[in-house]
Design a protein around this ligand. Structure first.
Ligand code: HEM
Length: 469
């Protein structure tokens, strides 16, 4: 047999390289799974509740199987490396318990009141406001306060400056790449932001912001127990990072890399999610004046004047407000794809054996539209949540925050923000949508988050009046 010559070997090498580049480009830009969600819709229509989306991944839309995939701490479930750090929150982190968030609620309320003041300024100046930017500024100020002990002034900015939104967008946009090249996610997390800024000067401001967040988080990553204790005592209040640097957490989990990952995770998970639900709810209320009237009448029972304040506990008891929030979470769950792996367990669905290590998924978008639970599932209908036992049964299948050991740690904070912001907005202001149509709100693609034709769900509005008593 003829030996491989040096020339042939280099041709082969070049050919192989070209093949890999072309394959990567194809997968990134033309492969049908780029619009993964829409492909899933088609596949489930054709093949039923379980479909195989890649050699090692299945997607199951049967609501009764959801808790098998996203199960609690006794049955171990891992995230896949493409979707963020592998470790969960330390058990000792009580920061996000309901009681803790209730006691810290004045921080959220301060940011919500600042938002109201800004909306009043838009009203007085007769200016159109981009509500999604305003809500994202609020959630950004809340999460930076909870993380580091001070808000970073996003709400103060004339146009609600948006380093976090841009960063979230950048990171979410790499999610597609990460699916095909899992190591990419880890590499991107380790590249110093100043290198990224040098590579992409037009995005320097975003990477500078990332560097500043890394620096803030690193201040908390003090592996020495005594130093960590001193540091913790000097934090202004029990911030997330002060708790993560608690000496009771093993030093191996208090590394700089861990803190950087958490910093990004909290910014990603804690801002665009809550603000997109507020944006969606405001969009619905902008179109349905009858809902606004009914909600305002209910709000008057705990907010007697437009500038009254109420506690989260009081607001949570209001059925119609709760119905509007729950229905928004049902129809517009912000996070689309959340695979899990059962590392040691074989799961069985409808006779199909799913061996340990299989990547399993069940997107909230499908569960929330299951026709047996939510008839006419594409329609916004708050009445679904006002039907006693029937509604209680449906609530068990609400999975916008996912479930199990790796479900949302920030669920209480999210509800705290949703209740306060929506209640104060509706009690104080009349508003109308501006240049925002149903087509603008439709999902056209997905990264990890929903993407519309205008990028993030975008809602413009005019504050047309202050509500009388
Ligand atoms: C309406 C608002 C929110 C929704 C719908 C939501 C939804 C979710 C979902 C579905 C997950 C699981 C992601 C996965 O499986 O990969 C998750 C995880 C997470 N969320 Fe939220 N979230 C919201 C608000 C927040 C807030 C305000 C915070 C702030 C602290 C937060 C912090 C987190 C964190 C840190 C994780 C990762 C947990 C882990 O990996 O163990 N989320 N969220």
């Amino acid at each position: 047999m003829e030996l491989l010559t040096a020339t042939n070997a280099s041709r082969l090498g070049i050919g192989l390289l070209a093949y890999l580049v072309l394959q990567t480009l194809y997968r990134l830009y033309w492969h049908p799974l780029r619009r993964y969600h829409f492909q899933l819709v088609k596949m489930h229509k054709q093949y039923g509740p379980i479909v195989r989306v890649s050699p090692n991944e299945v997607h199951i839309i049967d609501p009764t199987f959801y808790e098998e995939i996203y199960s609690g701490s006794t049955r171990r479930r891992n995230k896949t490396p493409q979707y963020g750090p592998q470790f969960g929150m330390p058990d000792s982190l009580h920061f996000f318990s309901k009681r803790s968030i209730q006691s810290l609620s004045p921080i959220t309320e301060r940011c919500v009141l600042k938002l109201m003041q800004r909306l009043q300024e838009f009203y007085e100046a007769d200016q159109v406001v981009r509500l999604d930017d305003a809500f994202a500024a609020m959630t950004s100020d809340v999460i930076t306060y909870y993380s580091y002990g001070e808000s970073q002034g996003f709400l103060e900015d004339a146009t609600f400056r948006s380093e976090i939104r841009t960063l979230v967008n950048e990171l979410a946009a790499t999610s597609h790449l990460n699916r095909f090249i899992p190591v990419m996610s880890m590499l991107l997390r380790r590249i110093p932001p100043r290198w990224l800024a040098a590579l992409q000067p037009s995005r320097a401001a975003t990477y500078d912001y990332l560097a500043s967040i890394y620096a803030l988080s690193a201040q908390s990553a003090v592996p020495d127990a005594a130093a960590a204790e001193t540091h913790r005592k000097h934090m202004k209040h029990a911030t997330i990072f002060a708790q993560l640097s608690d000496p009771s957490i093993p030093a191996s989990e208090r590394t700089r890399a861990r803190f950087q990952d958490e910093a990004v995770q909290f910014l990603l998970a804690g801002t665009e999610t809550t603000s997109s639900i507020l944006t969606y709810a405001a969009y619905i209320l902008g179109r349905r004046k009858e809902y606004v009237e009914r909600l305002r009448a209910e709000l008057r029972t705990v907010l007697p004047t437009p500038t009254s304040t109420a506690s989260w506990t009081e607001l949570e008891k209001l059925p119609f407000l709760t119905a509007i929030i729950t229905e928004s979470l049902r129809l517009a769950p912000p996070i689309i794809r959340l695979p899990r792996v059962a590392p040691t367990e074989t799961l069985v669905y409808n006779g199909y054996k799913l061996p340990p290590g299989t990547v399993l998924g069940a997107s909230a978008w499908f569960i929330h539209r299951d026709p047996t639970l939510f008839p006419d599932g594409d329609t916004f209908d708050p009445e679904r949540w006002l039907q006693g036992e029937k509604s209680e049964h449906r609530k068990r299948y609400m999975v916008a925050f996912s479930k199990g050991s790796r479900g949302c740690v920030g669920i209480n904070l999210a509800y705290n923000e949703l209740y306060l912001a929506l209640a104060y907005l509706v009690r104080r202001f009349e508003f109308e949508l501006f240049d925002t149509t149903p087509e603008d709100m439709e999902m056209v693609a997905e990264t990890v988050l929903q993407v519309t034709r205008r990028g993030f769900p975008t809602v413009y509005a005019r504050i047309t009046g202050l509500v009388g008593e």
